[in-house]
Design a protein around this ligand. Sequence first.
Ligand SMILES: Cc1cc2nc3c(=O)[nH]c(=O)nc-3n(C[C@H](O)[C@H](O)[C@H](O)COP(=O)(O)O)c2cc1C
Length: 156
Amino acid sequence: MSIIVVYDSVFGNTARIADAVAGALRPGREVKLLRIEEAAEWPLRGVELLVMGSPTRGFRPTPAMSELAAVLRPAVPGQAAAVFDTRLAPEDIHPAPLRWVVEAGGYAATRMAEKLDEGGFTLRGAPAGFLVGGTEGPLKPGELERAAAWAATLIA
Ligand SMILES: Cc1cc2nc3c(=O)[nH]c(=O)nc-3n(C[C@H](O)[C@H](O)[C@H](O)COP(=O)(O)O)c2cc1C
């Protein structure tokens, strides 16, 4: 049994979170960390957990990750999956009223969770959002540690 962590990332922040997630899952397990471009050919057979991560762009995942989440089907019924995104920290969105627009618009993790659920996966853990301080980052302090702690809940 193994774990796959597949992610998309434009500026590198989601890649760093994915790396922290994979690192936290790794002790005693085979964990493949894949960029979405590498994800086309991997088999889901024998995979105990699929983790997907994407930046939130326009309230949703990147186009490539949206497409992947929509077309993926579990190798066995109810195969486990977990999702995370990166997103702007509300306090760094200006002017303040725009914060409500961004929050109301929604986030990539929720959308990936919906698609994977529709496709027949069983979601494990809560969809997670990790915060950046601006469009290109950096990650807010403590987010790598928070990502590792979230990952640990997936295998508890
Ligand atoms: C075109 C564009 C749209 C974005 N839309 C959102 C959004 O709807 N909500 C949000 O919280 N952050 C949004 N962001 C900020 C991204 O979430 C941020 O760039 C991302 O977390 C960085 O991750 P990456 O370095 O892996 O690309 C947007 C950024 C860009 C460039």
